[in-house]
Ligand binder design. Sequence first.
Ligand SMILES: [Zn+2]
Length: 398
Amino acid sequence: MRTLIANIGTLVSGDVAAPLADADQILVEDGRIAAVGRGLAADGDVDRVIDAHGSTAIPGLIDSHAHPVFGDFTPRQRTIDFIESGLHGGVTTVISAGEVHLPGRPKDIVGLKALAIVAAKSYQNLRPAGVKVHAGAPILELGMEEHDFREMAAAGVTLVGEIGLGSVKTGPQAAPMVVWAKAHGMTVTFHTGGPSIAGSSAIGADAVLEARPHIVGHINGGTTAMPDGDIERLVASDMAIEVVHCGNGRAALHAVRAAAGLGALERVIIGNDAPSGTGVVPLGILRVIAHLASLGGIAPEVAIAMATGNTARVHGLDVGVIAPGRAADICLVDAPVGSAAGTALDALAIGDLPGISMILIDGEIRVGRSRNTPPAGRAAELVAAEAGGAAAPAPGGH
Ligand SMILES: [Zn+2]
Protein backbone atom coordinates (compact mmCIF):
# COMPACT_ATOMS: atom_id res chain seq x y z
CA MET A 1 0.00 0.00 0.00
CA ARG A 2 1.48 3.34 -1.13
CA THR A 3 -0.09 6.59 0.09
CA LEU A 4 0.99 10.04 -1.07
CA ILE A 5 0.22 13.02 1.16
CA ALA A 6 0.46 16.04 -1.14
CA ASN A 7 0.06 19.85 -0.97
CA ILE A 8 1.47 20.11 2.54
CA GLY A 9 1.94 23.80 3.33
CA THR A 10 4.37 23.36 6.23
CA LEU A 11 6.11 20.18 7.29
CA VAL A 12 7.15 19.97 10.94
CA SER A 13 9.69 17.16 11.26
CA GLY A 14 9.69 16.51 15.01
CA ASP A 15 13.51 16.64 14.92
CA VAL A 16 14.51 19.51 17.20
CA ALA A 17 17.79 19.92 15.31
CA ALA A 18 15.93 20.62 12.03
CA PRO A 19 12.31 21.17 13.03
CA LEU A 20 11.05 22.38 9.65
CA ALA A 21 11.55 20.24 6.52
CA ASP A 22 11.76 21.71 3.02
CA ALA A 23 9.07 19.46 1.61
CA ASP A 24 5.44 19.43 0.54
CA GLN A 25 4.89 15.69 0.20
CA ILE A 26 5.20 12.52 2.27
CA LEU A 27 5.20 9.09 0.67
CA VAL A 28 4.02 6.25 2.92
CA GLU A 29 4.65 2.62 2.07
CA ASP A 30 3.27 -0.27 4.10
CA GLY A 31 2.80 1.84 7.22
CA ARG A 32 6.24 3.49 7.16
CA ILE A 33 7.46 6.77 5.79
CA ALA A 34 9.27 5.99 2.53
CA ALA A 35 10.21 9.52 1.42
CA VAL A 36 9.79 13.18 2.38
CA GLY A 37 10.27 15.83 -0.28
CA ARG A 38 8.80 17.32 -3.44
CA GLY A 39 7.67 15.70 -6.68
CA LEU A 40 7.52 12.24 -5.09
CA ALA A 41 5.77 9.34 -6.86
CA ALA A 42 5.88 11.26 -10.11
CA ASP A 43 5.13 8.00 -11.91
CA GLY A 44 1.69 8.07 -10.31
CA ASP A 45 2.24 4.61 -8.84
CA VAL A 46 0.32 5.13 -5.60
CA ASP A 47 -2.77 3.47 -4.18
CA ARG A 48 -4.22 6.63 -2.72
CA VAL A 49 -3.62 10.37 -2.45
CA ILE A 50 -4.39 12.62 0.50
CA ASP A 51 -4.61 16.32 -0.38
CA ALA A 52 -3.47 18.39 2.61
CA HIS A 53 -4.82 21.57 0.93
CA GLY A 54 -1.93 23.67 2.23
CA SER A 55 -2.28 22.61 5.85
CA THR A 56 0.57 21.53 8.16
CA ALA A 57 1.88 18.01 8.74
CA ILE A 58 3.26 17.18 12.19
CA PRO A 59 4.26 13.85 13.71
CA GLY A 60 1.62 12.12 15.81
CA LEU A 61 2.03 13.45 19.35
CA ILE A 62 3.54 11.38 22.17
CA ASP A 63 2.18 11.72 25.69
CA SER A 64 5.21 10.97 27.87
CA HIS A 65 3.28 10.78 31.14
CA ALA A 66 -0.09 9.05 31.32
CA HIS A 67 -1.78 6.85 33.90
CA PRO A 68 -3.68 4.13 32.04
CA VAL A 69 -4.61 0.91 33.81
CA PHE A 70 -6.18 -1.63 31.46
CA GLY A 71 -7.98 -1.09 28.17
CA ASP A 72 -9.55 2.28 27.47
CA PHE A 73 -11.06 2.89 30.90
CA THR A 74 -9.72 4.99 33.78
CA PRO A 75 -10.91 4.16 37.27
CA ARG A 76 -9.53 7.53 38.48
CA GLN A 77 -12.19 9.57 36.69
CA ARG A 78 -14.62 6.73 35.85
CA THR A 79 -14.20 7.51 32.18
CA ILE A 80 -14.24 5.19 29.18
CA ASP A 81 -12.51 5.83 25.84
CA PHE A 82 -10.14 8.49 27.21
CA ILE A 83 -7.33 7.17 25.01
CA GLU A 84 -9.54 7.35 21.93
CA SER A 85 -10.54 10.87 22.97
CA GLY A 86 -6.86 11.80 23.32
CA LEU A 87 -6.26 10.53 19.80
CA HIS A 88 -8.69 13.26 18.71
CA GLY A 89 -6.19 15.62 20.37
CA GLY A 90 -3.39 14.29 18.18
CA VAL A 91 -1.88 11.75 20.60
CA THR A 92 -0.90 8.58 18.74
CA THR A 93 1.54 7.19 21.35
CA VAL A 94 0.98 7.05 25.11
CA ILE A 95 3.64 6.19 27.70
CA SER A 96 2.58 5.06 31.15
CA ALA A 97 4.17 6.58 34.24
CA GLY A 98 2.58 3.87 36.37
CA GLU A 99 -0.75 2.04 36.52
CA VAL A 100 -1.37 3.64 39.89
CA HIS A 101 -5.14 3.88 39.61
CA LEU A 102 -5.85 0.15 39.64
CA PRO A 103 -8.43 -0.37 42.39
CA GLY A 104 -6.73 -2.37 45.12
CA ARG A 105 -3.32 -1.95 43.51
CA PRO A 106 -0.92 -4.46 45.12
CA LYS A 107 2.12 -3.00 46.84
CA ASP A 108 3.86 -6.27 47.75
CA ILE A 109 6.73 -7.12 45.43
CA VAL A 110 5.18 -10.16 43.74
CA GLY A 111 1.95 -8.23 43.19
CA LEU A 112 3.56 -5.10 41.77
CA LYS A 113 5.67 -7.18 39.39
CA ALA A 114 2.61 -9.10 38.27
CA LEU A 115 0.69 -5.89 37.62
CA ALA A 116 3.53 -4.42 35.54
CA ILE A 117 3.87 -7.58 33.49
CA VAL A 118 0.13 -7.88 32.82
CA ALA A 119 -0.16 -4.19 31.92
CA ALA A 120 2.80 -4.41 29.53
CA LYS A 121 1.49 -7.53 27.84
CA SER A 122 -2.14 -6.45 27.64
CA TYR A 123 -1.28 -3.21 25.83
CA GLN A 124 1.05 -5.12 23.52
CA ASN A 125 -2.09 -7.02 22.50
CA LEU A 126 -4.40 -3.98 22.38
CA ARG A 127 -4.19 -0.61 20.68
CA PRO A 128 -7.24 1.42 21.76
CA ALA A 129 -8.45 3.27 18.62
CA GLY A 130 -5.09 2.40 17.10
CA VAL A 131 -3.09 4.32 19.74
CA LYS A 132 0.25 2.77 20.72
CA VAL A 133 0.24 2.44 24.52
CA HIS A 134 3.52 1.59 26.26
CA ALA A 135 2.60 0.52 29.77
CA GLY A 136 3.67 -1.81 32.53
CA ALA A 137 5.51 0.75 34.65
CA PRO A 138 6.05 -0.68 38.15
CA ILE A 139 5.94 1.56 41.21
CA LEU A 140 9.08 0.77 43.22
CA GLU A 141 8.76 -0.45 46.79
CA LEU A 142 11.43 -1.04 49.42
CA GLY A 143 12.91 -4.53 49.40
CA MET A 144 13.14 -4.97 45.63
CA GLU A 145 16.34 -6.64 44.42
CA GLU A 146 18.09 -6.92 41.09
CA HIS A 147 16.44 -10.23 40.22
CA ASP A 148 13.04 -8.49 40.38
CA PHE A 149 14.09 -6.12 37.59
CA ARG A 150 15.64 -8.97 35.58
CA GLU A 151 12.43 -10.97 35.86
CA MET A 152 10.22 -8.05 34.76
CA ALA A 153 12.51 -7.16 31.86
CA ALA A 154 12.50 -10.76 30.65
CA ALA A 155 8.68 -10.61 30.65
CA GLY A 156 8.59 -7.47 28.47
CA VAL A 157 8.58 -4.61 31.01
CA THR A 158 10.54 -1.64 29.59
CA LEU A 159 9.54 1.16 31.96
CA VAL A 160 9.77 2.10 35.62
CA GLY A 161 6.80 4.15 36.82
CA GLU A 162 7.47 7.46 38.49
CA ILE A 163 9.58 6.73 41.57
CA GLY A 164 8.20 8.30 44.73
CA LEU A 165 4.62 7.06 44.53
CA GLY A 166 5.63 3.95 46.47
CA SER A 167 7.81 3.46 49.54
CA VAL A 168 11.02 4.19 47.60
CA LYS A 169 11.33 7.99 47.86
CA THR A 170 14.86 9.04 48.76
CA GLY A 171 18.06 9.18 46.76
CA PRO A 172 19.79 6.39 48.72
CA GLN A 173 16.72 4.15 48.43
CA ALA A 174 16.25 4.74 44.72
CA ALA A 175 19.82 4.88 43.40
CA PRO A 176 20.62 1.13 43.43
CA MET A 177 17.23 0.27 41.93
CA VAL A 178 17.75 2.78 39.13
CA VAL A 179 21.09 1.13 38.37
CA TRP A 180 19.38 -2.29 38.17
CA ALA A 181 16.51 -0.97 36.03
CA LYS A 182 18.92 0.68 33.60
CA ALA A 183 21.04 -2.49 33.44
CA HIS A 184 17.93 -4.36 32.32
CA GLY A 185 16.99 -1.83 29.65
CA MET A 186 14.19 0.00 31.45
CA THR A 187 13.51 3.73 31.05
CA VAL A 188 13.14 5.35 34.47
CA THR A 189 11.11 8.39 35.58
CA PHE A 190 11.26 10.03 39.03
CA HIS A 191 8.27 12.00 40.36
CA THR A 192 9.22 15.51 41.54
CA GLY A 193 7.43 18.19 43.54
CA GLY A 194 4.68 17.85 46.07
CA PRO A 195 2.68 14.66 46.45
CA SER A 196 -0.14 13.95 44.00
CA ILE A 197 -2.10 11.98 46.54
CA ALA A 198 -2.30 11.94 50.31
CA GLY A 199 0.22 9.68 51.98
CA SER A 200 3.22 10.44 49.78
CA SER A 201 5.75 13.21 50.33
CA ALA A 202 7.52 16.00 48.45
CA ILE A 203 10.56 15.13 46.32
CA GLY A 204 13.21 17.68 45.43
CA ALA A 205 16.37 17.92 43.36
CA ASP A 206 18.68 16.13 45.82
CA ALA A 207 16.90 12.76 45.58
CA VAL A 208 16.68 12.89 41.78
CA LEU A 209 20.31 13.95 41.33
CA GLU A 210 21.44 11.08 43.53
CA ALA A 211 19.24 8.47 41.83
CA ARG A 212 19.95 9.57 38.19
CA PRO A 213 16.77 8.41 36.41
CA HIS A 214 16.46 9.02 32.66
CA ILE A 215 13.56 11.46 33.12
CA VAL A 216 12.87 14.19 35.69
CA GLY A 217 9.13 13.54 35.98
CA HIS A 218 6.88 16.60 35.66
CA ILE A 219 9.52 19.16 36.59
CA ASN A 220 6.63 21.64 36.83
CA GLY A 221 4.83 19.54 39.42
CA GLY A 222 2.06 17.02 39.30
CA THR A 223 0.43 19.23 40.47
CA THR A 224 2.66 21.06 43.00
CA ALA A 225 6.01 22.29 41.65
CA MET A 226 9.42 22.27 43.34
CA PRO A 227 11.06 25.60 44.27
CA ASP A 228 12.68 27.37 41.32
CA GLY A 229 16.17 26.59 42.61
CA ASP A 230 15.48 22.84 42.49
CA ILE A 231 14.08 23.16 38.96
CA GLU A 232 17.24 25.00 37.86
CA ARG A 233 19.54 22.37 39.37
CA LEU A 234 17.71 19.57 37.57
CA VAL A 235 17.59 21.41 34.24
CA ALA A 236 21.38 21.82 34.55
CA SER A 237 21.82 18.02 34.71
CA ASP A 238 21.89 15.75 31.65
CA MET A 239 18.50 14.13 32.37
CA ALA A 240 15.38 14.55 30.24
CA ILE A 241 13.11 17.29 31.58
CA GLU A 242 9.40 16.55 31.47
CA VAL A 243 6.79 19.33 31.43
CA VAL A 244 3.18 18.24 31.96
CA HIS A 245 -0.23 19.73 31.38
CA CYS A 246 -1.61 18.85 34.81
CA GLY A 247 1.16 20.77 36.58
CA ASN A 248 2.11 24.32 37.42
CA GLY A 249 2.01 26.58 34.35
CA ARG A 250 4.42 29.16 35.73
CA ALA A 251 6.96 26.50 36.70
CA ALA A 252 6.70 25.01 33.21
CA LEU A 253 7.77 28.33 31.72
CA HIS A 254 10.57 28.68 34.30
CA ALA A 255 11.94 25.22 33.44
CA VAL A 256 11.77 25.72 29.69
CA ARG A 257 13.41 29.15 29.85
CA ALA A 258 16.19 27.64 31.95
CA ALA A 259 16.62 24.86 29.38
CA ALA A 260 16.71 27.40 26.55
CA GLY A 261 19.37 29.37 28.42
CA LEU A 262 21.52 26.25 28.58
CA GLY A 263 20.91 25.29 24.96
CA ALA A 264 19.22 22.13 26.20
CA LEU A 265 15.83 22.20 24.46
CA GLU A 266 16.49 18.72 23.04
CA ARG A 267 16.07 17.35 26.58
CA VAL A 268 12.57 18.80 27.12
CA ILE A 269 9.67 16.37 26.67
CA ILE A 270 5.93 16.91 27.15
CA GLY A 271 3.37 14.82 29.00
CA ASN A 272 -0.20 15.18 30.14
CA ASP A 273 -0.18 13.54 33.62
CA ALA A 274 -3.75 12.42 33.08
CA PRO A 275 -5.99 10.70 33.97
CA SER A 276 -5.37 12.33 37.34
CA GLY A 277 -7.15 14.48 39.84
CA THR A 278 -7.08 17.24 37.23
CA GLY A 279 -9.18 15.12 34.95
CA VAL A 280 -9.06 13.49 31.55
CA VAL A 281 -7.61 16.08 29.18
CA PRO A 282 -7.81 15.07 25.50
CA LEU A 283 -6.16 18.29 24.30
CA GLY A 284 -3.54 18.38 27.07
CA ILE A 285 -0.46 17.87 24.90
CA LEU A 286 -1.62 20.46 22.35
CA ARG A 287 -2.32 22.87 25.21
CA VAL A 288 1.23 22.55 26.59
CA ILE A 289 2.65 23.12 23.10
CA ALA A 290 0.53 26.29 22.76
CA HIS A 291 1.52 27.40 26.29
CA LEU A 292 5.24 27.10 25.59
CA ALA A 293 4.95 28.61 22.10
CA SER A 294 2.80 31.59 23.08
CA LEU A 295 4.23 32.46 26.52
CA GLY A 296 7.54 30.61 26.83
CA GLY A 297 9.49 32.05 23.91
CA ILE A 298 9.73 28.64 22.23
CA ALA A 299 9.28 28.40 18.44
CA PRO A 300 6.08 26.42 17.74
CA GLU A 301 7.93 23.82 15.66
CA VAL A 302 10.41 23.32 18.53
CA ALA A 303 7.56 22.94 21.03
CA ILE A 304 6.09 20.26 18.74
CA ALA A 305 9.47 18.48 18.70
CA MET A 306 9.29 18.37 22.52
CA ALA A 307 6.09 16.32 22.20
CA THR A 308 7.36 14.10 19.39
CA GLY A 309 10.99 13.55 18.40
CA ASN A 310 12.49 14.42 21.77
CA THR A 311 10.29 11.89 23.56
CA ALA A 312 10.90 9.24 20.91
CA ARG A 313 14.65 9.66 21.42
CA VAL A 314 14.44 9.33 25.20
CA HIS A 315 12.34 6.16 24.92
CA GLY A 316 13.98 4.68 21.82
CA LEU A 317 10.73 4.62 19.80
CA ASP A 318 10.41 4.52 15.99
CA VAL A 319 7.76 7.26 15.98
CA GLY A 320 7.82 11.04 16.56
CA VAL A 321 9.81 12.13 13.50
CA ILE A 322 8.64 12.52 9.90
CA ALA A 323 11.60 10.91 8.18
CA PRO A 324 12.17 7.83 6.00
CA GLY A 325 11.99 4.60 7.96
CA ARG A 326 9.83 5.91 10.80
CA ALA A 327 6.30 4.70 11.47
CA ALA A 328 3.81 6.81 9.51
CA ASP A 329 2.06 8.41 12.50
CA ILE A 330 1.07 11.81 11.14
CA CYS A 331 -1.41 14.58 12.02
CA LEU A 332 -2.63 17.12 9.46
CA VAL A 333 -3.46 20.39 11.21
CA ASP A 334 -4.29 24.00 10.41
CA ALA A 335 -5.19 27.24 12.14
CA PRO A 336 -8.69 26.87 13.56
CA VAL A 337 -11.63 28.63 11.95
CA GLY A 338 -11.88 32.13 13.40
CA SER A 339 -8.24 32.38 14.52
CA ALA A 340 -6.30 35.58 13.93
CA ALA A 341 -3.57 33.29 12.57
CA GLY A 342 -3.47 31.72 9.12
CA THR A 343 -1.41 28.60 9.78
CA ALA A 344 -1.14 26.00 12.53
CA LEU A 345 2.26 27.28 13.69
CA ASP A 346 1.11 30.91 13.73
CA ALA A 347 -1.96 29.84 15.71
CA LEU A 348 0.22 28.12 18.34
CA ALA A 349 2.43 31.21 18.54
CA ILE A 350 -0.58 33.29 19.61
CA GLY A 351 -1.92 30.59 21.94
CA ASP A 352 -4.69 29.15 19.73
CA LEU A 353 -4.95 25.38 19.42
CA PRO A 354 -4.78 24.12 15.83
CA GLY A 355 -7.62 22.12 14.31
CA ILE A 356 -6.88 18.54 13.33
CA SER A 357 -8.41 17.35 10.05
CA MET A 358 -6.78 13.93 9.70
CA ILE A 359 -4.65 11.50 11.74
CA LEU A 360 -2.79 8.51 10.35
CA ILE A 361 -1.27 5.73 12.46
CA ASP A 362 1.05 3.33 10.64
CA GLY A 363 -0.23 4.92 7.43
CA GLU A 364 -3.89 4.13 8.13
CA ILE A 365 -6.41 6.95 8.42
CA ARG A 366 -7.75 6.66 11.98
CA VAL A 367 -9.46 10.03 12.40
CA GLY A 368 -10.95 12.51 9.94
CA ARG A 369 -11.98 15.85 11.38
CA SER A 370 -11.21 15.71 15.11
CA ARG A 371 -14.25 15.86 17.34
CA ASN A 372 -12.20 17.53 20.09
CA THR A 373 -10.16 20.29 18.45
CA PRO A 374 -11.85 23.32 16.90
CA PRO A 375 -12.42 22.86 13.17
CA ALA A 376 -9.35 23.34 10.97
CA GLY A 377 -9.50 26.21 8.47
CA ARG A 378 -8.22 23.97 5.69
CA ALA A 379 -9.05 20.28 5.95
CA ALA A 380 -7.12 17.41 4.41
CA GLU A 381 -9.11 14.94 2.35
CA LEU A 382 -8.66 11.63 0.62
CA VAL A 383 -8.95 12.57 -3.07
CA ALA A 384 -7.95 9.44 -4.92
CA ALA A 385 -8.05 5.81 -4.00
CA GLU A 386 -7.48 2.65 -5.95
CA ALA A 387 -10.80 1.38 -7.35
CA GLY A 388 -12.37 -0.95 -4.83
CA GLY A 389 -9.27 -0.57 -2.71
CA ALA A 390 -8.65 1.92 0.07
CA ALA A 391 -11.28 2.75 2.59
CA ALA A 392 -12.90 6.15 2.79
CA PRO A 393 -11.60 8.47 5.49
CA ALA A 394 -13.00 7.95 8.93
CA PRO A 395 -16.14 10.00 9.49
CA GLY A 396 -15.56 13.36 11.12
CA GLY A 397 -16.92 14.38 14.47
CA HIS A 398 -18.08 17.55 16.06
ZN1 LIG B 1 3.79 12.24 39.61
